[in-house]
Design a protein around this ligand. Structure first.
Ligand code: HEC
Ligand code: HEC
Length: 273
């Protein structure tokens, strides 16, 4: 009888543990990695525990940046392969990372079955009005349903219709080309970046908002991929640089006589004669 109770307790604690590891994976890795459903922002992690040495995995997941800085050949190779997108250093401790790796190792085959279905475009059926709505949400012209702060307060994009946005975080003009719709949606839904997570943890975005923002970022990526608008942007940069040089020369001209002698020199002369 005693052993039965023990067994039941053991069974429950082990399922709870598996569930916890699954949650850890979803929260900390799932935005960028799938297990058996193909690559998202980062590589598919199916069979990673057989492809890679256990010790290497632990070190890599703790701090990919550290391994890359140390020019570890394997780490550098994946980094190059994934367009130099840097995986953020993990906030998980060693035990939690081991749990997550065990979870990946024991991952069932249900997910693999899913991968055999033709991938559907998550932005299917959306149109120009969704793009406009996404832009208004991004720029803060429309409020998010749960009052989240606008993306523009931290991110800039190259959109002809907008002024300069925040520069706290990365410019998102090219993000879509690096991650695709799935990656962007995953990141917006559960951002793996502490600053961004903090901004939305109590103000979750709705499914529609996520989709509209994603198709807006796709439209930005398309507009900036078009050679004509690229010329436009280059012309703009050139003009900005030109204006800067003109202003600089005017300032230098106006101040041309100011720096001949130092202030101290003048005071010195005034006193000695
Ligand atoms: C912001 C997105 C992001 C998050 C979050 C993230 N990764 Fe990554 N991961 C990447 C990218 C991009 C790469 C490939 C490029 C690189 O090396 O940085 C990568 C590479 C890896 C690799 C190396 C794969 C290989 O083929 O050698 C492993 C293992 C890995 N991640 C595990 C994890 C685990 C476990 C978590 C959660 C604790 C996690 N990652 C969270 C983006 C992410
Ligand atoms: C409080 C600031 C903040 C807000 C608000 C914010 N983000 Fe972020 N976001 C970040 C930070 C920090 C990163 C990590 C990359 C970096 O260091 O710039 C990031 C990364 C991203 C990335 C990955 C970019 C890449 O190419 O690696 C995407 C996509 C993104 N954010 C979309 C959004 C969207 C869409 C919104 C609006 C719903 C939003 N963010 C709001 C701070 C913020």
């Amino acid at each position: 009888m005693k052993s039965l109770v023990l067994l039941i307790i053991l069974f429950f604690t082990s399922t709870i543990q598996a569930q916890e590891a699954g949650d850890l994976f979803t929260i900390h890795c799932g935005a960028c990695h799938s297990i058996g459903r193909g690559k998202l922002v980062g590589p598919d992690l199916k069979d990673i525990t057989t492809r890679r040495d256990a010790d290497w995995l632990l070190r890599f997941i703790k701090s990919p940046q550290d391994l890359i800085n140390k020019a570890d050949p394997e780490a550098v190779k994946v980094f190059e392969e994934y367009n130099k997108i840097l995986m953020p250093n993990s906030t998980l401790n060693e035990t939690q990372i081991k749990d997550v790796l065990n979870y990946i190792k024991g991952f069932g085959n249900e997910d693999v079955a899913l991968s055999n279905q033709a991938p559907t475009d998550p932005l299917q059926g959306l149109n120009q009005s969704n793009i406009d709505n996404g832009r208004a949400l991004f720029l803060g012209e429309t409020r998010f349903q749960n009052n989240g702060v606008s993306c523009f307060s931290c991110h800039n994009v190259m959109d002809q219709k907008s002024l300069q946005g925040g520069s706290l975080a990365k410019d998102l003009t090219l993000s879509f080309s690096a991650m695709g719709a799935t990656g962007i949606m995953a990141i917006i839904k559960s951002p793996p970046f502490p600053v961004m997570t903090e901004a939305y943890v109590n103000h979750p975005l709705t499914e529609t908002e996520v989709a509209d923002l994603t198709i807006y970022l796709k439209s930005i990526h398309q507009a900036n991929n078009n050679p004509q608008s690229q010329n436009h942007n280059l012309a703009f940069l050139f003009m900005a640089q030109f204006a800067f040089l003109v202003v600089l020369s005017i300032i230098l001209y106006l101040y041309r006589n100011r720096k001949n002698n130092s202030v101290n020199d003048e005071i010195y002369r005034r006193q000695s004669f």
